[in-house]
Structures are given as C-alpha cells and as structure tokens.
Design a protein. Sequence first.
Length: 321
Amino acid sequence: MAQQRRGGLGKGLGALIPTGPIVEVPAATGAAPETSPAPDDGLRPVAGAYFMEIPLEAITRNPRQPREIFDEDALRELADSIREVGLLQPIVVRSVGGGRYELIMGERRWRASQLLDLKEIPAIVRSTQDDELLRDALIENLQREQLNALEEAAAYRQLLDDFGATHEQLAQRVGRSRSHISNTLRLLNLPANVQLKVAAGTISAGHARALLGLSDPAAQERLAARIFAEGLSVRTVEEIVSMGEATAAPAPKTRRAKDAPEPALVHLATRLSDHFETRVKVDLGRHKGRIVVEFATMDDLERIIGAMAPGAATSIRALDD
C-alpha cells in the first residue's frame, strides 16, 4: 500500500490554518452542535475553516460538480507526483454530519490519492460559504507565516486555483512583487526529487529558480546533484545554465577526481540533510572526518539542535537567560 510522503514538506494552505479536529457533539435538545477549540499551534484562527487529515472513505464527491470526465493519464501523473513529493495542496470539504464530508474543491487530488490507496488526505474543512472571506483570511496568514519556498509556491497556486485570487491581489496583500510570485510558482514545475531538495534546504530557492533555465528535467536533476555535491553558488549555477548544462565545464572549485567524495558519504549527507531540513556536508580526510551542518538563524539553530539532542536547545536558552 502506498504511503503519502511527509518529511519536511508542508501542505500548502494547510501550513497556514490552525489544526482541527473540531468535534461535533450531538445536541439532544436540537441546539446547535458544540465545537471543541482547535489546539494552540501559534497560528491565528482562520474564519470559517480549519485543517485536518480526513479518511478518504469519509469523503463523497460534490453532486453539483459539473465535471464528469477526468483524463486518466493526467490523474496517474498527479498520483506519481503525490507519491514522490506529497500532497502540497489540501482539498477543500464541508462537513455533512456523522463524520462524513462533501468535496468542494480538489476532486483531481482526491481521485489521484485513491489511486495510491492512501488512507487519509489533508483537507481544509470549510464552515462558511463566503469564498472572499476565507480567501482573504488565508492571504493574511500567508503574509504572517514563514514558509519554505515550496510551501509558499503551493499556497500561491491553491489561492489562485481554488479561491479565485489574482496575482495582483497576492502581490499587494503579502508585500511581494508579481514577478516574485510568478517565479515562486514556477518551482512547482521542477522534477519531484529537485522539489524535495528545495523543501529540505539542500539547495536554495535561488538555486532552484536558476535550474528553471534548463528545459530538460533530467538536466535539472543532474545540475541539482552537482549543486549539493560541489557546493555551487547561485551565480555559478546561472553561468552553467547560460552556457548549456551539457557542455559546461566544471566549476573552478570542483574537487579533483581522486578527492571526490565517496558515494556512501554523499548518500549519508543527503539523508542527514533531509532529516535536519538543512544542508549537511560530510568530509573524510586522511586522518579524520567532519560533519558541517548549516543554519540560517538562531531559531533555525535551536530547531536543529533540538532534532539532534532533545532538551539541549532548552538548556542553551537557560544559559542565555
């Protein structure tokens, strides 16, 4: 049975919505159902929506959906993408009571997840019919929350596709240029394993945007591997892309063949990078080796230390106090 990839990837707009579940309590007197408050996860509540994982079998399609025919090849391609990268854009449903939900948006994602025999699917549970209210609340959270580049791209795509936002609305509300939004959206066109490297932080969003200058997905994958193995800068990648990746000479600081890292070390560095969601380098010299773990901010450092040794980050903060 296929399992949806989780890893360090977000769920598009799901990363911006406080988590459910909201538990409906049957009212014996016919009063309105009571709801339990969503846990405090640091997000501002979004009016009319909450996020949760819902069993696929508890969801029925919208009987008012005008689309009846779905391209089977396109569905299989989407299923392959979900298998590799995970579902970055949650579906949108409404509760119909009794633990059942009706699909509002995302039938292709729902059908593709069924092809993978997934048990659950990330969903936005909507309790309002006001599309504009929900869209504006989501954009407000997008402006406030710090997402990785792939989460940001998925959130933009879903706001554009499912919630009727425009590029100009997004640009104005989140304080970004239209070109930034367009370039970020293009990250979703990268091959799955390159997207995973972006999400894990083993290559930067700047590297990824430079890779988009190559039209061949295989060439994008090869150059992404070089970025990680050789520590190429964004400027160097841009130069390689402008020259044509297949004919470009190795970067000036590329290791000599005899000093090239062992495949096992490269594999280990990749696994550590995925685990800590940042770039990790593993070097083995003649007499000793070293592991270099990169971080962006003090908060990022505390997160990494917490992953290495739970409780250690708290001890560091205590010393600072």
